[in-house]
Write a protein that binds this ligand. Structure first.
Ligand code: ACO
Length: 326
């Protein structure tokens, strides 16, 4: 079985920035509350003309450039998203066309905020089996399109952005050392968009009741997120036969600084080994980990040979980890 490694990363966020001060004018909230309860200061917002494929395309181009790979070399494109351009066709097909990746198969993957790690794991499996050699995994979200700007409990949390990674075969013991994927559908209703799918197609009533926007029971999600991400990290490290003390960096899903710090504390990791950028992006669901990963690589926080763990938690519920030797 072949190993797989990341040979290039890229990310992109739409230029428009919405600050906490801007939100103070929209709902009953304050800059202080948002920073204290979440760690978020500002987030990027897509304009009316920009959809998830536009954001993901730019991240993909940057990852291809970073990997010095031509789009025609791609065998497969996976797009992790909860905010596809359309119910169908897949956002991955739209990006495949615009990249000119003529040879590539393409599909979307939905695992909410864990989508990037789920995507990495699927890509790793295709490389291990020998079916594909060059795979592009993109996580792209336009979450602000499904954000209820009248609900202060959720609208302060989310932002738009994308991150991408190119995977190729690697020597044994290099690249992705382990992946761990979990799900628990028993809690599906704690974090969801109630309408717009086959359960409740769009009607005047569903729109009047604001059912096409994200709903979240934040407090319950918070507790389960901390437990699940801690478990995913421990299990992922066990599978990779790596000790916590040997890790160079932890990159978790960027939902809330208090969640990230609680996970790091349970794992016994000092703050300098934890990467946080949610202060500038908010929660970008599947995109948050590759956005942070790209930033950490470009800032020189991850160097060749470093051991990095990615850990995610999201709607579904889903949770996951991946241990990578960079
Ligand atoms: N501004 C001011 N006050 C607010 C705001 C706001 N924006 N939002 C809520 N409040 C109030 C509430 O009304 C409540 O007031 P009350 O005590 O008078 O009733 C009080 O603040 C506390 O509310 P809580 O919901 O208990 O606040 P909490 O500390 O739990 O923080 C938050 C809320 C930030 C949502 C947190 O629960 C959280 O981060 N949850 C997890 C999110 C997450 O991890 N998601 C992962 C997946 S995301 C995805 O898949 C897309």
């Amino acid at each position: 079985m072949r190993s797989a490694k990341i040979v290039g990363v890229g990310s992109y966020a739409p230029p428009k920035v919405l600050t906490n001060k801007d939100l103070e004018k929209m709902v009953d909230t304050s800059n202080e509350w948002i920073i204290e309860r979440t760690g978020i200061r500002e987030r990027h917002i897509a304009d009316d003309k920009t959809a998830t494929s536009d954001i993901g395309l730019e991240a993909a181009r940057r990852a291809l450039e970073d990997a010095r790979i031509n789009p025609e070399e791609l065998d497969l494109i996976i797009v992790a998203t909860v905010t596809p351009d359309f119910i169908f066709p897949a956002t991955a097909c739209l990006i495949q066309d615009r990249l000119g990746a003529k040879k590539a198969a393409a599909f979307d993957l939905e695992a909410a905020c864990s989508g990037f790690i789920y995507g990495l794991s699927v890509a790793r499996g295709f490389i291990a089996s020998g079916e594909y050699d060059t795979i592009l995994v993109i996580a792209s979200e336009a979450l602000t399109k499904i954000t209820d700007w009248e609900d202060r409990a959720t609208c302060v949390l989310f932002g738009d952005g994308a991150g991408a990674a190119i995977l190729k075969p690697a020597e044994e013991g290099q690249g992705i050392l382990s992946s761990y994927l979990r799900a628990d559908g028993g809690n599906w209703d704690l974090l969801r968009v109630p309408a717009g799918g086959s359960r409740l197609p769009a009607t005047h009533d569903s729109i009047d009741k604001r059912l096409h926007y994200m709903k979240m029971e934040g407090n319950k999600v918070f507790k389960i997120a901390v437990q699940s991400m801690t478990e995913a990290a421990i299990e992922g490290l066990k599978r990779a036969k790596i000790k916590i003390k040997d890790l160079s960096l932890l990159i978790t899903h960027q939902a809330n600084a208090r969640i990230i710090n609680a996970v790091a504390k349970r794992l016994g990791l000092p703050p300098e080994k934890v990467y946080i950028n949610l202060d500038r992006y908010g929660n970008t669901s599947a995109a948050s980990i590759p956005l942070a990963l790209d930033e950490a690589v470009k800032k020189g926080k991850i160097k060749k040979g470093d051991l990095v763990i990615l850990v995610a938690f999201g709607g579904g519920f889903t949770w996951a980890s991946a241990v990578i030797k960079w």
